[in-house]
Ligand binder design. Structure first.
Ligand SMILES: Cc1cc2nc3c(=O)[nH]c(=O)nc-3n(C[C@H](O)[C@H](O)[C@H](O)COP(=O)(O)OP(=O)(O)OC[C@H]3O[C@@H](n4cnc5c(N)ncnc54)[C@H](O)[C@@H]3O)c2cc1C
Length: 397
């Protein structure tokens, strides 16, 4: 069988590797970009030794040891912890919102009083929502929930999704989380890491297999599809169908790199819900804080969020609303009538997936082919090993 994988992002790379090594079939991987990696693309700044992630910061966070072990075959993973900050009324405060945040933005006595009330009402080490905090007869907790609603949730959501104020839920219906704990890690999963030499390097290694042929700078529209028995499409599903049911909406991110700053700060990401036009500033050297650099140069990426427009910018976040879901469903239905074309990944399935979820789904896609393929001697390696079961168990922990 000849396989074509469209897109050399993480989804395409894992699907190609599974087909090459488990089905032992040939795979051609194409990407319209001049590099592999898709959204995970990064590069080393030669001058400073800083690994720059010019699209967005990507941290692996998973409960799956299986995924950790799988990726460790292709990269040296270094444990890191993502501890972003958020600017609230001039203070740099801990995000995720937690007990530490209270002490950073309020006078000590007031913060202590709120902390005591939260613990007495909900218990320690609990995750609650602003809605739960608000649905309370206690005026202080109601105040707190409204404070975070007005100063974090509302401006951040408006900037991130381009929504109007009127379209937002009321504070009493807002599921934004607050952690009654001192745990300031943004991600809570058991395994958290980045590949030491970068995501692009890791994805290049995943694609290094004798059965895989990689063609960069190649768009799907240039391909003679008749040459392939199966196609795995990780581009946007509306583009595949030439937008016949309408365009799927995405939010895009424009990153402005500033390489002329020094000692910008010690944190990887600063969030700006209302100050400035950018929403986040990423300080790339702080992603791996134990690295030693030859100079004190910082490279900072300022993220501006805007609507995706064809031909102008890139697709980042799928916009999930009634209209977009109804458009997507029409493409999905049409795709189900096609044979041997599989849509996968963030763009192929029009869904935001974390990296570990993408890997699980890529494994599932190829495992399903193995079940249907009677000619493969070792077709059930994966399934006998219990690999998928293991991933799912880990993820449900
Ligand atoms: C802002 C943001 C932050 C994130 N942060 C994290 C994080 O911290 N941790 C985490 O686990 N996950 C994170 N994610 C999720 C994760 O990074 C993405 O979901 C993931 O990169 C998607 O991988 P993919 O291979 O499906 O798509 P992509 O990475 O987009 O790859 C698709 C590839 O297909 C190519 N392509 C598209 N159409 C065509 C065509 N017609 N012809 C040829 N090539 C084509 C593109 O050039 C691209 O290289 C984040 C996502 C975003 C958007």
């Amino acid at each position: 069988m000849n396989n074509l994988v469209v897109g050399a992002g993480l989804t395409g790379a894992v699907i190609a590797e599974r087909i090459a090594s488990k089905l032992r079939e040939n795979v051609t991987v194409i990407d319209r970009a001049s590099h592999v990696g898709g959204m995970h693309y990064d590069y080393l700044d030669k001058d400073s030794g800083i690994l720059v992630q010019p699209k967005h910061l990507n941290f692996l966070h998973t409960n799956s040891k299986f995924i950790w072990d799988y990726l460790s075959n292709f990269a040296n993973l270094t444990p890191v912890t993502f501890r972003p900050l958020v600017q609230i009324q001039g203070f740099s405060a801990t995000m995720p919102l937690c007990l530490l945040t209270l002490h950073e933005i309020f006078p000590e006595d007031f913060a202590k009083m709120l902390e005591n009330k939260l613990i007495a009402k909900f218990g320690y080490n609990k995750k609650i929502t602003l809605a739960e905090m608000h649905r309370n007869f206690d005026d202080d907790l109601k105040f707190l929930s409204e404070y975070f609603y007005e100063n974090v949730f509302k401006p951040y959501t408006i900037k991130q999704w381009g929504l109007s104020e009127e379209s937002l839920p009321d504070c009493a219906d807002t599921y934004y989380p607050f952690f009654i704990s001192l745990d300031d890690r943004y991600f809570k999963e058991k395994y958290q890491a980045v590949p030491v030499c970068g995501w692009t390097n890791m994805i290049e290694n995943i694609l290094k297999h004798k059965n895989i042929k990689l063609k960069l700078n190649t768009d799907f529209s240039e391909i003679n599809v008749a040459k392939y028995d199966r196609i795995f499409f990780t581009g946007s599903i509306d583009e595949y169908f030439d937008y016949k049911h309408g365009e799927l909406p995405y939010r895009s991110v424009r990153v402005e790199l500033n390489e002329n700053l020094t000692d910008f700060g010690k944190i990887a990401t600063y969030n700006y819900p209302y100050d400035y036009d950018f929403i986040r500033a990423n300080v790339y050297k702080n992603v791996m804080p134990n690295n030693i650099y030859s100079n004190n140069k910082d490279i900072v990426g300022f993220e501006y969020i805007e609507d995706f427009e064809l031909g102008k910018n890139e697709r980042f976040y799928p916009v999930n609303n009634e209209l977009s879901q109804s458009i997507y469903r029409q493409y999905l239905e049409e795709s189900e009538n096609l044979h041997n074309i599989f849509f996968a990944g963030r763009l192929g399935e029009f869904k935001y997936y974390e990296s570990d979820e993408l890997i699980t789904r890529a494994f599932e896609t190829v495992a399903r082919l193995m079940i249907n393929n009677d000619n493969i001697e070792e077709k059930n390696d994966e399934i006998e090993d219990g690999a998928l079961e293991e991933i799912n168990n880990d993820n449900n922990e």
